[in-house]
Design a binder for this molecule. Structure first.
Ligand SMILES: Cc1cc2nc3c(=O)[nH]c(=O)nc-3n(C[C@H](O)[C@H](O)[C@H](O)COP(=O)(O)OP(=O)(O)OC[C@H]3O[C@@H](n4cnc5c(N)ncnc54)[C@H](O)[C@@H]3O)c2cc1C
Length: 266
């Protein structure tokens, strides 16, 4: 690991200033993705600007029809938040199933979506819930935020401040985890709002995928049985030592039915 300068700014504004002065630097939140990358020499920033301790980037608040979560809120805090458990229990369940206790205590929502691991859990929830990502300079829709493998719409030095989740009528989450890391081999988040349904899959491709055929079937009949005759195509899906593309395609169907069952409280 190469030498680097560490900054502990007093505010988000100071963090942005510090990174502006160090264009090869990176924000450091929970370090659960960035520190392993440094150790493996997959990243070599000149500076690390810590944001994990900044209270202004942390916490959960409820607004009319929405839950808003600060970017530096650890996964464990989301999982344990009474407000999230009441308003959006599927999101609390998702956060509670990320990694292990250490990852959940350190890793943050903002770090997870900025890193955009193709097997991460939160991206599926953001896309299915049509969440809005607020940064220091703009607001981005989840559909435009995730661009590809570890790639987002964030510009260099752009800081995620919070994510706004509009509340659906029903939502459900189901994941088939890699047994060691708990990253998704296939994970499905489904949300129903009025007559519309959005369903997003993580773990099977370079970025979260919406499955329109499943959404249309569920808009007509929001029950697991509505998906029974539908197949998810395996062409182009991730194919590696954890699971073949065909197995992942099969899992998408199974996880989608489980997510719908979870949304119905079954
Ligand atoms: C053993 C293990 C198991 C895991 N299992 C899972 C799992 O089951 N599911 C899952 O989804 N994830 C899993 N993860 C990943 C975990 O969720 C990480 O916490 C997350 O990917 C990164 O969050 P972080 O706060 O640690 O970010 P960091 O590692 O600190 O940063 C990651 C990247 O995001 C950038 N960044 C951080 N915060 C911001 C911000 N506010 N604005 C702009 N950029 C920012 C950083 O500059 C860096 O590029 C696992 C990780 C480990 C180590």
């Amino acid at each position: 690991m190469q030498d680097l300068r560490f900054h502990r700014p007093a505010s988000a504004r100071d963090a942005l200033d510090a990174l502006r002065a160090a264009p090869e630097g990176r924000f450091l939140a929970g370090g659960q993705s960035l520190i392993p990358m440094l150790k493996l020499e997959l990243a070599a920033p000149s500076d690390l600007v810590s944001i994990a301790h900044l209270a202004e980037l942390q916490g959960v608040r409820t607004e009319k029809g929405a839950v808003v979560i600060g970017a530096a809120t650890p996964h464990a805090a989301v999982a344990e938040s009474e407000a999230v458990r009441r308003a959006l229990p599927a999101l609390a369940a998702l956060a509670g199933g990320i990694g292990d206790a250490q990852v959940r205590n350190r890793g943050t929502l903002g770090g997870s979506i900025a890193h955009a691991d193709p097997a991460a859990d939160y991206p599926a929830a953001l896309v299915a819930l049509a969440a809005r990502v607020t940064t220091d300079r703009r607001e981005l829709a989840a559909d435009e935020f995730f661009r590809g493998l570890y790639e987002t719409a964030l510009e260099p030095g752009e800081l995620i401040r919070e994510v706004r989740f509009a509340l659906p009528e029903r939502a459900g989450w189901a994941k088939f985890p890699q047994p060691a890391s708990k990253f998704a081999i296939a994970g499905v988040f489904v949300a129903r709002v009025g007559k519309g349904v959005r369903l997003a899959v993580t773990g099977v491709s370079s970025k979260p995928l919406r499955v329109r055929a499943f959404e249309d079937a569920l808009a007509r009949d929001f029950r697991p049985a509505a998906l029974e005759k539908l197949e998810f195509p395996s062409a182009g899906l991730t194919d590696n030592r954890d699971a073949s593309a065909e197995y992942r395609a099969h899992l998408v169907g199974v996880m989608a039915r489980r997510a719908v069952a979870a949304a119905l409280g079954a």
